[in-house]
Design a protein around this ligand. Structure first.
Ligand code: HEM
Length: 312
């Protein structure tokens, strides 16, 4: 317990350290030669700042404190602060004559989107055009989730061949496919009604989207012919099976153009380069056209099956 000591002349004590040798560092306060010890009952008249300064002196080994000096600096700074007045503002009458604040703010996102809607499309930047024309942006996780749902689904048929034989005669849509635009992240913006979930629902409906009424044996030249050009359907082969990818074009998250690259040929390599995690067979199960055969084995499976039946 250190003895409690107090200074007699608070003001002098507070200012003395500024001229002492140790003042440059502000660490140690030297006692003033005019100060003398006072009993504790003078506490009320001396103040806290003074008591801190003297405690420092009484215990030279304690942690240096610059409190007293800081207080002086603060009090001096406060005195030097420039004053200001609220009276310099406009009078109430002048305020009334001012135009109302613009809403939305001139540089707000809300105003930007409004002007975007009223600006002719030809004058809009491409990115904004993509934003306004496309549906709400779907996050990558949403796409992945929907794609995953379809991929994990149990296939309509384990062999695929039986499904083809029992299909209805309705043909898959072969009409013009709406063009797709890229969003700000460079991702394809699918047109409304063509989300991965929409495709999953279409698949689940069991609608025949193969474009053929019976399962076919497809030769390489037939495959090449079905390249999606000049109104022809786009077929692509995957592990010996041929799929009609035409109905999937507007649903493809990677865009029509990318998917068309696989048209009329084996799409395995392109497909695996981009997304080996996607389950082709499950996603295009209802688009199965048939199986790949040699160039001269182009009879339909159903015809062959009926011939075998006759032989039985
Ligand atoms: C024919 C069967 C195909 C199916 C069923 C299919 C399916 C899909 C699916 C589900 C996605 C979303 C994947 C994800 O977000 O994880 C996707 C994205 C994509 N696909 Fe395909 N695809 C096929 C063929 C192709 C082909 C042949 C190409 C390229 C030549 C291709 C290029 C792309 C690209 C570039 C993306 C975008 C990847 C991204 O944005 O990160 N796809 N496709």
């Amino acid at each position: 317990h250190l003895p409690r000591v107090w200074l007699q002349h608070t003001d002098r004590t507070l200012r003395t350290p500024r001229s002492s040798p140790s003042d440059a560092h502000g660490h140690k306060l030297q006692p003033d030669e005019n100060t003398q010890l006072r009993p504790a009952q003078d506490e009320a008249s001396t103040g806290i700042a003074a008591s801190i300064a003297v405690d420092e002196e009484a215990s030279p080994h304690s942690t240096p404190k610059a409190v007293a000096r800081d207080l002086i600096s603060i009090s001096e700074n406060v005195l030097e602060l420039p004053s200001f007045s609220l009276q310099s503002h406009n009078s109430d009458e002048e305020d009334d004559n001012l135009p109302p604040p613009s809403f939305p703010a001139p540089n707000s996102a809300q105003r930007a989107s409004m002007s975007d809607l009223t600006t002719p499309s030809s004058m809009r930047p491409q990115s904004l055009l993509a934003l306004t024309m496309g549906p709400p942006l779907s996050s990558a996780s949403t796409l992945r989730q929907a794609a995953g749902m379809a991929s994990l689904r149990v296939p309509a048929s384990s062999s695929g061949l039986q499904v083809q034989a029992s299909r209805s005669n309705s043909l898959a849509p072969q009409g013009a496919v709406p063009s797709q635009v890229l969003n700000l992240r460079g991702k394809v913006t699918l047109t409304p009604g063509h989300s991965p979930l929409d495709w999953a629902n279409l698949q689940r409906s069991g609608k025949n989207m193969s474009g053929v009424t019976s399962f076919m044996r497809v030769t390489p030249s037939m495959l090449k012919q079905h390249n999606g050009r000049k109104g022809r359907p786009a077929w692509s082969s995957w592990q010996g099976k041929v799929y009609n990818i035409t109905p999937y074009l507007p649903y493809h998250p990677g865009g029509e153009g990318e998917l068309r690259r696989a048209a009329g040929k084996n799409g395995e390599k392109l497909f695996m380069e981009v997304h080996p995690w996607v389950n082709w067979e499950n996603m295009l199960g209802e688009c199965l056209v048939g199986i790949m055969v040699g160039e001269h084995e182009n009879r339909s499976v159903t015809a062959m099956e009926s011939k075998l039946d006759e032989m039985d």
